[in-house]
Design a protein around this ligand. Structure first.
Ligand code: NAP
Length: 249
């Protein structure tokens, strides 16, 4: 059988990059998107190719529908049919209280984290669902433990956006259960990536890690392991699940 194809959004850095590399090492071909950082994307492509995979990186803002449509069409033209979508691209903004936030920020946060996941899920369903003539597949959403912790004084908007991703995971899993597609989410806790710097707090994981039962932050590779399991046949009876990867937090 030909090697299966995985599409990872936001694969240029952090959890997405770790997922691309782990997938490449486990026999997947991989397409991934990035938003701005072509240099980081090229580095990931080179590393993944050295593992023997076919890999392409494409620029696409997941919050822009025409970018997403173009992304899926290009992946199909260059590498063929996908059998896994990893909805990983996500972002947060500077830490602040809700009463300091404005509508523009909420629109950006929901556009990237929620609508981006919805737009990509729609394209994947139209290709993978047996109802649309597809061969089935898997969707793994990268949510966050923030969805149940609420992130007070930091980013309630981001936490609420990930709450929407959790609800989408549960509903879409049921909607697609007889159409050959499993839908699950991972909910990472405090993971060492660049995302904390983008919120103005590069040392956040070490600052907050004493609140983690395991007393440490996690690595992008530890999250990627959970994603790859949910994408694999080894999780064939798992759908609609929110898998925490949080060191017990
Ligand atoms: P990161 O290191 O900041 O990397 C973010 C990745 O997403 C980059 O590849 C970036 O592309 C891409 N991206 C951001 N906005 C995008 C957009 N609108 N369209 C397309 N791509 C976009 O983040 P990370 O920590 O790995 O986070 C990955 C996922 O895990 C996110 O959904 C995040 O919410 C979730 N998560 C992270 C943590 C954590 O502690 N790190 C905890 C819980 C959940 P460029 O390189 O081009 O900028």
């Amino acid at each position: 059988m030909a090697q299966p194809l995985m599409l990872v959004t936001g694969g240029s850095r952090g959890i997405g990059a770790a997922t691309v590399l782990l997938a490449a090492s486990r026999g997947w071909h991989v397409a991934f998107s990035y938003k701005d950082n072509a240099e980081a994307a090229n580095t990931v492509v080179a590393k993944a190719k050295s593992l023997g995979a076919e890999v392409i990186a494409l620029q696409a803002d997941v919050s822009n529908e025409s970018d997403v449509v173009q992304l899926f069409e290009t992946v199909e033209q260059k590498l063929g049919s996908i059998s896994a979508l990893i909805n990983n691209a996500g972002m947060l903004e500077q830490q602040m209280r809700l009463d300091q936030m404005d509508l523009g920020r909420w629109q950006r946060v929901f556009s990237a984290n929620v609508f981006g996941s919805f737009l990509c899920a729609k394209q994947a369903v139209m290709r993978m669902s047996t109802k649309h003539g597809g061969k089935g597949g898997v969707i793994v959403n990268v949510s966050s433990a923030a969805s149940r912790l609420g992130s007070p004084n930091e980013f309630i908007d981001y936490a609420a956006a990930k709450g929407a991703v959790d609800s989408m995971t549960i509903g879409l899993a049921k909607e697609l259960a007889t159409e050959g597609i499993r839908v699950n989410a991972v909910r990472p806790g405090l993971i060492y990536t660049d995302i904390h710097a983008s919120a103005g707090d590069p040392g956040r994981v070490d600052r907050v890690k004493t609140g983690v039962p395991m007393q440490r932050g996690g690595t992008a590779e530890e999250v990627a392991e959970a994603i790859l399991w949910l994408a694999s046949a080894q999780s064939s009876y798992v759908t609609g699940t929110l898998l925490d990867v949080t060191g017990g937090r």
